[in-house]
Design a protein around this ligand. Sequence first.
Ligand code: AHR
Length: 328
Amino acid sequence: MKRFFWMTLLVLAFASACRTGTVSRVDSPNEDLTVIGMCQVGAESDWRVANSESMKAVFTEENGYRLLFEDARQKQENQITAIRKFIQQQVDYIVLMPISESGWDSVLQEAREAEIPVILVDRMADVEDEDLYAAHVGSDFLAEGARAAAWIEEAFPGEDPVRIIHIQGTQGSTAQLGRTAALEEAAAAHPHWELLAQLDGDFTQAKTYEVMTDYLTALPDGGDIDVVYCENDNIAFGALQALEEQGYPCGRKGVNIIAFDATRGALAECLNGKIALAVECNPLLGPLVEEVIQTMEAGRTPEKHHYVEEQLFTREDLTAALVDSREY
Ligand code: AHR
């Protein structure tokens, strides 16, 4: 009797697993759809929200796709769990926006064994074998940082000290590593640039406001600050709020805030003179990711790296019409 009970339980468990799709290919009402398992970092910034929207606008049923979208809420372990679920569901492609560069070898190896191509979007994964991913679509973060550093060089000619506060994004992410490396290299080449502090803003406005307020409050007699190098727009918004509350004027004649992303909100602050430089980082990557997938669907090998073109904005480059027409 006991044996019969356990056998019945086993059969029921298997049937239920099949129904919920844990051991069979994900149920698709239309077999012709290409199934994409997409694992996004989270929704930490305006950039990230625009990036998710760009993906959702492209990978629709009308365009021939079934999109399984997972928001990892800023945790790598959630991303790894999502990839394993996509493997079990036997999706056609995995699209991954890696939160940080390290820690991907094993799970990407599992995807390769399941013969599911992985496309990295936005940030990179630092893996031993480049063949663990089919292609990467995103920004050249080191080049973005180098553009910002060149602007500082031009804005502060001469040998007077340039006092810089550096607020970083999520530690270990490609965006943080590239933008940080560019500033550190430039600072090493300019002995009169003083890196006063390196704070962790984790790409969010709330955390930056907190760390910047603490830093400024502890600063003796409101010391001079020339530049605040913010590794994304939301960091810039948090820094701006903290600086203004502590009585620091922001703009070309006060604290020069540099922000990365150039979302509509940052361009508006740039036009009104509060942000000195907006360095573009383009989140509208959906169409490019689709091109990569279409190349593979046609049986061809896509280019390994696709970098998007980006530019710089200062107040002089902007008009209200341009800001209003910004897509993100
Ligand atoms: O990886 C891209 C960066 O991540 C963007 O600059 C930032 O806003 C986002 O959260």
